[in-house]
Design a protein around this ligand. Sequence first.
Ligand code: ZN
Length: 321
Amino acid sequence: MENRHLCELHLHLDGSLRPESVWEMAQEQGIILPVSSLEEVKLQMKVPEDCQTLEEYLERFELPLMVLQTEEALERVAFELVEDLAREGLDYAEIRFAPQLSVVGGLNQNQVTEAAIRGIKRGMEQYPSIQVGLILCCMRGDKNEELNLQTIEAARTYLGDIVCAIDIAGAEGLYPTEWFQRVFDKANEYQLPLTIHAGEAAGPESMWTALSYGTKRIGHGVHAIEDPELIQKLIDENVTLEVCVTSNFHTKVAASIVEHPIRQLFDAGVHVTVNSDNRTASNTTLKEEIQILKDQLHFTDEEIKKMQEYAWEAKFLKERK
Ligand SMILES: [Zn+2]
């Protein structure tokens, strides 16, 4: 029964592209990639076995972002990801991406967002078994506040039309969550639903700050394990963690899969959910992540079902009419 209501809350569009599409779109767009074959594209888009940091992990996004600067490309990859998820058997997914990373070719963030929305809608028309929402990510940085505020405006404009929430992604160790008060004040002024990457490359303090912005969902959040008071707050306030075990292993948030704190957090009563983060970069899928939890962290079918229930409760979109 574990596959009923198969639901994924944390999945990046640009980390989940088909390498074949990146290769093809580069040719179509006349882009000279720093690699010269499809095989090299595949290697570059997947995390290396000896990946040591989140920053190194984030280099997997360089090739995808080179080709994601046109509306056609954005619509195409959004459609293809919906297709991949539907074929995997998911009933519900929230895809996220940062519109501000696709404005290099002259598009504005509204055009970028609309292109992704079109692709998702086309995907859902072709695969009506799946419902998909779109989360717009702001980016951690020290020179992009204006771009982040434009992302908030785009989310306000399209909220309810596939777009369902705001997030912030990027190098948490370099750009602390507390720097983004103004961005989240704006999001709260517009009453945008929130999820925030926190407690991944930074410690519990980053999660405390995220909670102070009013979020009820946190991307990763695995460093909560160091702070019993924080764990209690997550439980008391019904906060959902979007945990991505393989990704955390790649970025060395966890030294190994078996040492990942998801088991302790789940046992403590925190609403943890299972997610793939990046299908291509992490070379995984939701079903594979579920299998890893069963094989290596001894989660039972009942416990997996419980996590899927947590995900179902925390999803941003309402039931389809
Ligand atoms: Zn993520």
